[in-house]
Structure formats: C-alpha cells, structure tokens
Design a protein. Structure first.
Length: 677
C-alpha cells in the first residue's frame, strides 16, 4: 500500500531529479519558505508547508491537496485556483492527496466550509509565484528583460520576438534563481481567469464513474484481516457476558477479541465491544451474528427520544440563561396587542453518508500506519496516539477519498478500532462498519426544541421577540458537565439574528445528552433556521400579511449589523472569522430573498392545494434563501414538487460543486417529504 500523497523522501528525491517544488505557508512567508526548501540538499530537513506545487521537466504540474475530498470538490477547486494563477494547461495538471502531517500542511481538518475561505490567498499566491519564477527563468535564458516576457497557457512568451518555451523546459533554470520579489508577484485580474468560477468537471470524475477511485471500503493490504465490531447498543454500556464458541466455528474467523471500553464522555475514542476478526468481510459479519452477548447498558439504558421530547419542551417553556438581550422583550410582548407563541422540535439525525466508516491499520516496528476516509487526519493521529499510548510521530495517517461525510468522518473512533486491533494482532486489520452499525452508533445530530414568542402591535408590526433554544450540546461528547449549547452553537442563528428589533431576548436552556452528539452538515443552523423561518411564517399568517413582504420588513433597512452593540452575554462568534471581514450584511439577505422569490414566481397563482414557503438564513458566512413549493393531497400527503434556492457565498471558485450540493440537498428534502422529482 502506498500513500496517496508525496512523502518527504519522495519530495527530496524530486528535488534531486530536477523537479521544481513550491511550498506554501502563510501568504507572508510563502516566498522565503519556497526559496529555502527548493534548494535543500538531499537528506536535509525541509520546511513543513501547507500545500505543494511541483513542476516536472516533462511540464506536468502536480498539486498536492491538503484537505479531504468528500464530494465537495476541494481537490478540484484548489487545483483550479493554483493552475489559473500559474496559467497552466489544465490537461497537464495532476492532483495528489497529502498524507496527514500538521508540520508540513498545517490544519487539515476539513470542516466548516473553510478550505477555500481560509486558503484562497495562499492558493492564488502559490500559482502566481510559480508563474513569476518561470517568467524570470525565461528572461534569464533568453537574456532579455523580464518586462518583455509573459506566461500564457503553459508557455512563456517573449513578446517582441514571438519566441516561446514550455514550462517544463524552464525547470532547471528556474531552480537556480531566487524566487521573485513580492512586487513581482502579480495576481490575475478576475476578468482573466481561465478556470476559477468556470464549469470544470471534478478531477476524480473518471475514476469515480469507472470504479477505479479508492475509498476507505476499497482498502486492501497483503495479509490483511477484516474486523467487524459488536458495540454496546446503549451509549456508555459495556459487555456483560460473552460466548464466542459458535462465532469461532465460522470458516475464516480468526479471533474474537474484546475491545477496551472508553468511559463516557468518550470524545473521539471507540466505545468498546467485541471484535470478530476474519479473513474476509462475510466471515466477520457471520461470526458477529453468532456471538452470544449480554450487555450492561449503564446510565443511558432508559433513554427514549420520544419520552425526552416533553422534558425538552418543559425546559424550553421556562426562563433560561440569557445569551443576547436588547431592550425588554418580556415587557414588549406582555403589552403587545397580539402575542404569538410556537414550539419547534427537531429529532436526532444520523449522518447516513453513502460510505459507512472503514479504516485500515498496519503496525510494524513500533510505527502505526493508517489509511482511512477521514476529514481530520490530525485528530485521527492524536486520538490513536492517545488510545495506544504512542507518541504522535509514531502514527501516520493517509487520507482516501471519502464517500460522503457531512462531519461524521471527523470523528476517528472507527480508526482507533482498526489501530488497536492491528497492534493487538500484529497484523494488518481493516475495520468495516455496516450501514446498520453506522446508523446505530453515529455521533447523532442533536435533538432540539426551539421556543419562540413575539408580540405585535395594532399595525401587525413585531414589537418584541423571544427565542429560547434547548438542546444537548456537542460539547457533551467531550465534557460530562456540558448541558448548555456553546457560544458557537447559539451563534448559528440565535445570537446573530439579523432582524431589526428593538426588543429581543435569546436564551439557552440546559439539556443533558444521552447519546454521542456530533456536528452534522449545517450543524446547529438546522434547528435554529427551521424554527426562525417557520415562526416568521406564523407571524405573517397571524398578521394577514404576505410572508415574503413580512420577512423583508423584519430584516429592515440595508445596513451592517453592529454585533458589538447587540447585547451579547459574551464575545460574539462568527464562524471563526471577524465581523469586520465578514459582517452581517442585511443587503445580502435582501438580495437573495428578492432573487429567489422572483425566480420561483412568488405571487403567481397556484393550483388548489398548493402553496409556497420562503425562508432566509446566514450559515457559515453564506446567505441562503429558499422557496419551497408544497402540494398537499386530498389524503393529507405532502409533496414538494419544486425548490428554488439562491445563495450568496461571496467568492465562488467552483460553481458546479456549489450547485451540486444545493441540488442534492433539495432532492433529499423531496425524498423525505415524498415529493415528485
């Protein structure tokens, strides 16, 4: 098994072979880092970069992607940006996957819609730096001023004479030159982009559609055993008794072995149970089916989500901890001409990504090497090292393609299982989760109750607003005392509510967790946006107003919301970004509402039994508005024949991937509601 990315040894060999390699660290340090590294002698320690650009004498450009590809398109988007600034021929660009290595690549945690947002300047500067270096190399080779030379589509051109030379033919000269000074690094004008913002198929498309792409479930290794695990059916449970005699009779079963139990809260660690290890997947699964097990279920034995719901509702209808207070919402609601109250419930959600978890581990000579579909190779490395009491430099994690993830594969519990078994058995082990395993033992999206109240005056204008949110927080998976959602969770729609209100109170109530809680696509925006969008419709209906116009009125005049004056109980939270760089901009809210309602035919007459709903929300710094056309049948069935979505995500490098994600989610909603496609 070979790693998908370039190892340090291979990197140094590429230098010796005459390859031009660019390392990208921070934008400010990019040029010096690359200059030092590209001249490192074989065997010398090189700087540990964030991303690599390699130009071979053949003219092939290789870009090493340091983030995980799970369908969102980062392997393509990153390459598009660098290749565009390099003015490379896309047909001569290759993409390799980086192994997990924080020293070389920085954070590789692929979560929070952050890869392009956080690395766009570095990606662009990387490509532009190589382009400028090649221009300088050609000028040196031709003995002409570099002002007469420009790069264009994988060639460098001397404009006065028309001479041309390919990128690959400049490698040896370029390696002998210092990197260009900062004032020589010119980013392209967006009007000159070849690839950025264009429709380009993903780089893995052919391999995926022909079955050649390697996902976690596809991993193979000489001498590999396959393991499936019977895990405690209740979070916090443990094995009571075990009779494995029948399982051991299954042809191909090699071992039945108990896994160590992690005491809740388990964090990213495995929950324990019994592993059946066999020579093939079928034998492992058949052996597990024949285990005779009893379980000690522990403190969560009686957890029932249906019974927990009224407890959450009761908490949500009591005063709680204030996290944002403007004016006096309670008094405004009490004296209002009309009061509207609603409770919204969102159940646990399982990630249910297309590919269930799987991981392959090999332990040799005190070194643990892992291949897995992980969103966070560093978290996987650290968790494995902690569980096995190894130093982190003894653990290497390689990243495969991820067959979907949505946050589930940030949690390396399945990787810990494979690593522990590989060391215990001193043999390569692949742990395979079935679909049933994946659903039952997920880090579930939290269950939530959202309680909202509003008062309206005689002109049906909102005079006061209360939002009380109660849910088991993600922090409970790591801290047994965590019962209140964090500032980051409340900051996903509640404390950053954009409406023009004089009186607003946001509160969070306590809710203990009884399952593992994890982040899930959109995270806590899911219950918050659902409740807020639905409540706006309730208010519009009570007021006898058009819901679109009512929503726009709530947003108020175009402005940038000053969160320093928002009455927050703590520091404002903004998805890890500053409000100066990414403010809450009401004009952007308004624009997506107006765009989507126009495209959806808002106000046009619909057949009997059909209607339209509209909502808008800011999630992970993007502004999204949607109009759902809903059809209610005579039997009470609900269908969603059409969904229109407008999104303002700011700079969009690869619009095809953005559209694919939005369309896929709309289809999911239709399927869940029984809609017509």
């Amino acid at each position: 098994m070979s790693a998908a990315g370039m190892e340090r040894r291979e990197f140094l060999q590429s230098i010796a072979a005459g390859g031009l390699v660019l390392a990208v660290g921070s934008a400010a340090g990019c040029r010096k880092v690359a200059d030092d590294l590209s001249r490192a002698p074989a065997g010398a320690a090189g700087f540990t970069p964030v991303a690599w650009v390699r130009l071979d004498p053949s003219g092939t450009v290789t870009i090493v992607c340091h983030r995980s590809e799970m369908g969102q398109g980062i392997r393509t988007s990153m390459a598009m940006i660098i290749a565009d600034e390099l003015d490379a021929d896309w047909s001569r660009v290759r993409v390799d996957q980086a192994p997990g290595d924080e020293k070389r690549y920085g954070s590789q945690n692929t979560d929070g819609s952050s890869s392009i947002r956080n690395f766009l300047p570095q990606y662009r500067e990387a490509g532009a730096t190589v382009r400028a270096l090649l221009v300088a190399a050609a000028a040196r080779q031709w003995n002409v001023p570099d002002t007469e030379v420009s790069a264009q589509f994988h060639e460098v051109i001397h404009r006065p004479s028309g001479r041309r030379i390919g990128y690959g033919d400049l490698v040896s000269t370029a390696m002998a030159l210092p990197l260009p000074a900062g004032d020589r690094i010119k980013l392209k004008d967006p009007a000159d982009f070849r690839y950025i913002g264009k429709e380009i198929p993903i780089v893995d498309l052919r391999d995926i559609t022909t079955g050649k792409a390697i996902y976690g479930q596809d991993l193979r290794h000489d001498g590999m055993l396959v393991a499936v695990v019977a895990r405690p059916p209740v979070y916090g449970g443990q094995v009571g008794s075990l009779d494995s005699s029948e399982a051991e009779k299954v042809p191909g079963v090699e071992r039945v072995i108990r896994l160590p139990r992690a005491e809740p809260p388990t964090g990213f660690n495995a929950v324990g149970g019994v592993a059946v290890v066999a020579r093939n997947t079928w034998a492992a699964m058949e052996g597990r089916d024949r285990l005779k097990l009893t379980w000690i279920d522990g403190p969560n034995a009686n957890y029932d989500s249906d019974e927990y719901r009224p407890q959450l509702l009761a908490t949500a209808n009591q005063p709680a901890k204030a996290v944002r207070r403007q004016g006096d919402a309670a008094a405004a609601i009490a004296r209002a001409a009309r009061r509207v109250t609603a409770d919204y419930y969102v159940p646990h959600l399982a990630h249910a990504q297309m590919e269930p978890p799987a991981a392959l581990a090999v332990y040799q000579n005190g070194q643990m090497e892992i291949w897995a579909p992980t969103q966070s190779p560093q978290d996987a490395r650290d968790t494995v090292a902690g569980a096995l009491k190894l130093s982190t430099d003894k653990v290497t994690v390689h990243v495969t393609l991820l067959g979907g993830a949505f946050g589930r594969k940030s949690k390396p519990d399945f990787i810990v299982e494979a690593a522990w078994l590989a060391r215990e058995l001193n043999q390569p082990v692949k742990v395979v989760w079935t679909r049933e395993d994946d659903i039952q033992h997920d880090y579930f999206h939290t269950v939530a109750v959202e309680h909202l109240e509003a008062g309206m005056d005689g002109q049906a204008r909102v005079t006061g607003w209360l939002h009380r949110s109660v849910l088991p927080p993600i922090g409970s998976t790591f801290n047994r005392d965590a019962v209140y959602q964090s500032a980051g969770e409340a900051g996903q729609g509640v404390t950053d509510l954009p409406f023009a209100l004089d009186h607003y109170l946001a509160e969070v109530g306590p809710a203990p967790a009884h399952v593992r809680i994890g982040w899930y696509r959109s995270v806590i925006n899911i219950p918050h946006a659902f409740a807020i969008g639905s409540f706006v419709d309730e208010l519009a209906h009570a007021a006898g107003r058009d819901s679109r116009e009512f929503l726009l009125e709530l947003l108020g005049p175009d402005r940038v919301v000053d969160m320093s004056q928002a009455g927050l109980a703590g520091d404002p939270w903004n998805y890890g970004a500053s409000f100066q760089q990414h403010p809450i901009d009401i004009a952007r809210y308004r624009n997506v509402v107006q765009l989507v309602s126009g495209r959806a035919g808002w106000g046009e007459k619909l057949p009997s039994g059909e209607g339209r709903g509209i909502a808008v929300h800011r999630s992970f710094l993007s502004y999204v508005a949607a109009v759902a056309r809903v059809k209610v049948g005579a039997d009470g069935s609900v269908a969603v024949p059409r969904v229109d979505v407008a999104i303002d995500a700011g700079f969009v490098a690869h619009p095809e991937r953005v559209r694919a994600q939005i369309e896929a989610k709309a289809v999911t909603m239709e399927t869940q509601r029984g809609g017509e496609r």
